[in-house]
Write a protein that binds this ligand. Structure first.
Ligand SMILES: Cc1cc2nc3c(=O)[nH]c(=O)nc-3n(C[C@H](O)[C@H](O)[C@H](O)COP(=O)(O)OP(=O)(O)OC[C@H]3O[C@@H](n4cnc5c(N)ncnc54)[C@H](O)[C@@H]3O)c2cc1C
Length: 404
């Protein structure tokens, strides 16, 4: 068992794995502690990865393995149910080959894991971290593995465990009273690489295009590829928490009929629904760490509503920036306050900007107040009519709040 490293990464999910890959070849000793018995995981949620995220994954060496399982988004159609106004963003507006890519969480983790297991970091699976503390000289990480207790010390411990270990007094939570019901659905018309975001009084509905290739790689039970000529979509349907069980329990025909009413017929009829799952939705911001030897990144630092598909995109930017900060710091100064403060200052605007933007979208676009409906319609029309505004909006979605 390893006992001391330069950097201990707690959680080998997509953000923790990205940080470890960002440090490969640096000569630093890096350990990744992951609670699951293996890194790969069957998780049906589909993630919209921005163009900026793709570029980062390329630099980390993980994009090549993910590309066959990713579907490009070339157009995003934004509308509101029962109100005027809609906006269409295209890759041409943004001057990029694609606005983003859709990949299943399991495929993303598998692509990162393939690289991680081949790089110089030590990966310890089946290691559940139970406590992280710090002295002025090092961080101490306690974990359980194979029924035994272990202690690992590090110059810096980075929490990327998804926020599960965060006690209530160390975070600010806002419960939206909503859950995301997810499923793969088929539509009468092919997807044409077009994603939809439709705002309804219940909350937003997102449809993310999926190619047959990504469906073939989906974790079991895989959704059957749609009949020729039809389109496949990953559905993220925001549902008031009180109605989630009922919606999950609906028969396929009733589920599709309700979806048809909520979404409309832009894609023709909904013809098929795969297995469903639900994720509770909230906004969480972690309090700043008391010790510079303990950092939080990804969902361990911020959990966002998936309305704008920003969670992992923000998290991978955390991982990339922290890796650069670590690489620019002499080994003996890792975990000192100067380094920690510089990283926090560098990330503050992007994290707050992303959190605020998703929160405003959820609050302002998820209700049926008539005045707000008119304001939303006007905002969508304005966005659609003003190309520079569209380009700016698209760039912020792709590269973060700091992008201009
Ligand atoms: C329905 C839904 C749709 C979403 N859509 C999008 C989208 O379109 N675009 C986007 O960018 N984001 C999206 N997200 C957000 C995205 O899933 C998260 O931001 C991302 O998974 C965060 O990655 P992470 O590595 O920080 O945390 P996680 O993915 O939660 O990974 C944490 C890892 O830490 C491990 N772990 C946990 N506890 C311990 C412990 N005690 N010890 C050791 N290891 C531990 C876990 O096993 C896991 O491997 C969506 C989320 C949901 C719920």
């Amino acid at each position: 068992m390893i006992e001391h490293v330069d950097i201990a990464i707690i959680g080998g999910g997509p953000v923790g794995a990205s940080l470890a890959l960002g440090l490969q070849g640096s000569g630093l000793s890096v350990a990744v502690l992951e609670a699951r018995e293996k890194l790969e995981v069957a998780d049906p949620r589909a993630l919209a990865l921005s163009q900026g995220c793709r570029l980062t994954l390329e630099r980390l060496g993980a994009w090549e393995a993910l590309a066959p399982d990713a579907t490009a988004i070339e157009t995003i159609h934004v509308s509101q149910r029962g109100g005027l106004g809609r906006a269409v963003l295209t890759r041409e507006d943004a001057g990029v080959p694609a606005l983003g890519y859709v990949a299943e969480y399991g495929a993303l983790v598998a692509a990162l894991a393939g690289r991680l297991l081949a790089c110089d970091a030590t990966v310890v699976t089946g290691a559940r971290v139970t406590d992280v503390a710090a002295t002025s000289a090092y961080a101490a990480v306690r974990y359980q593995r194979g029924g035994a207790e272990h202690l690992l010390t590090a110059r810096m411990a980075v929490l990327s465990e998804g926020g599960r270990a965060l006690p209530a007094h160390m975070r600010q939570d806002k419960d939206y009273g909503q859950s995301a019901v997810i499923a793969t659905v088929s539509t009468q018309r092919p997807h044409g690489r077009r994603a939809y975001e439709r705002f309804t009084a219940e909350g937003p509905i997102a449809l993310l295009p999926l190619d047959a290739a990504s469906l073939l790689h989906a974790p079991s039970p895989p959704a059957p590829p749609p009949p020729t000529g039809e389109g496949s979509y990953a559905l993220v349907w925001t549902t008031p928490s009180a109605q989630v069980e009922e919606r999950l329990a609906l028969g396929d025909a009733d589920f599709l009929a309700q979806l048809q009413v909520a979404f409309g017929d832009r894609q023709g009829r909904f013809t098929h629904a795969g297995p469903r799952a639900a994720f509770p939705l909230k906004l969480t911001l972690a309090a700043e760490s008391k010790s510079p030897r303990i950092q939080r990144i990804g969902n361990a630092a911020h959990v966002l509503h998936p309305v704008a598909g920003q969670g992992f995109n923000l998290g991978v930017r955390d991982a990339w920036h922290l890796a650069q900060r670590i690489l620019d710091t002499p080994r003996e100064r890792l975990g000192e306050a100067a380094m920690s403060n510089a990283y926090a200052a560098e990330r503050r605007f992007d994290v707050l900007g992303g959190s605020l933007m998703t929160d405003i979208l959820v609050e302002a676009f998820s209700n049926d107040r008539p005045l707000l409906g008119h304001a939303r319609g006007a905002a969508l029309i304005l966005l659609d009519l003003l190309p520079p505004l569209k380009t700016l909006f698209a760039r912020k979605m792709m590269f973060g709040a700091q992008a201009w």
